[in-house]
Design a protein around this ligand. Structure first.
Ligand code: ADP
Ligand code: MG
Length: 267
């Protein structure tokens, strides 16, 4: 299987401190992968970079030639949705954002696109909610709407950051079914998750990280106890103030602040 997305020695730093450190590997086309790791492990940072929203400081993220032609071919659902619920948007408008390439900024939502939106709302059991304001929705209903947006976007690569946080069991089960349908379509799906039982039950592949890659492969192998312990130890050993490791020619690229006590060279 060719790779849909390749990570080549990816390092991403905030203010000179790496949040993702020398991560390499590939997401095969059509794979269904969970990204797992402790809080602050760099999972959201990595996903944001894969979505093209965060700059990679060192290394590269490469896409399959076919998919790479259009960056909108990547659908991304942020942690905590990234939708401002105070802004008066209607459900129809939010789902239509998945088709903005076709509609344009101020275009009318009609015809084939409207049909697609209606079908997506039906798939997430939110038909009839088109005119509701999103600030009137429950957390679960909002997440259903955001999944409908992803369905409308129809992208070959779908990235989800903690999509089940704060959701009840019914919503979780319904949205998991949609993830499985994407997998059955042959799309490449990557989700940051915390529930290891869910990962074991539903995600064939797992990327375990704690700033650095701990393991990446079949879920049953990756979630072996010693790996999880290593991830935990790694996260404790790492501090936000850890310095950029010394790779010749790269130190100039970032401004390593010297006033952080306890910063150390490594790698
Ligand atoms: P995770 O999603 O695994 O919990 P994150 O990628 O959100 O981890 O964060 C990784 C590290 O990077 C954390 O130490 C976090 O505090 C830091 N970080 C995340 N986003 C930013 C940011 N915008 N500016 C500075 N530091 C950040
Ligand atoms: Mg996160």
């Amino acid at each position: 299987m060719p790779a849909a997305l390749k990570l080549i020695d990816v390092t991403i730093a905030y203010h000179g401190h790496p949040a993702v450190h020398h991560v390499s590997g590939a997401f095969e086309k059509g794979s269904l992968t969970a990204i797992v790791g402790p809080n602050g492990a760099g999972k959201s940072t990595l996903l944001g970079a894969m979505a093209g929203l965060t700059r990679v400081n060192q290394g590269a993220i490469e896409f399959d030639q076919f998919d790479a032609q259009q960056h909108h071919q990547i659908a991304f659902l942020r942690q905590l949705s990234g939708i401002n619920q105070d802004f008066p948007l209607r459900v129809l408008e939010v789902v239509a954002m998945g088709a903005w390439q076709e509609i344009g900024a101020w275009g009318a939502i009609k015809g084939a696109v409207l049909t697609r939106i209606e079908a997506a709302l039906a798939q997430v059991a939110m038909e009839g909610f088109e005119d509701r304001l999103i600030d009137e929705l429950s957390v679960g209903q909002l997440q259903r709407v955001l999944f409908a947006r992803l369905i409308v976007q129809d992208a070959p690569i779908i990235l989800l950051d903690e999509p089940f946080n704060a959701l009840d069991a019914t919503t979780t089960t319904d949205l998991l079914k949609i993830i499985h349908s994407w997998h059955a379509d042959g799309r490449t799906v990557v989700a940051v998750l915390h529930d290891l039982q869910m990962v074991k039950d539903h995600f064939p592949r797992t990327l375990l990280m704690a700033r650095e890659l701990i393991d990446w492969g079949n879920t049953a192998d990756v979630l072996a106890t010693d790996n999880l312990a290593r991830a935990q130890t790694n996260s404790l050993a790492w501090q936000d103030t850890a310095s950029w490791c010394h790779v010749p020619g790269t130190l100039e690229a970032v401004n390593v602040k010297s006033h952080h006590h306890g910063a150390h060279d490594h790698g």
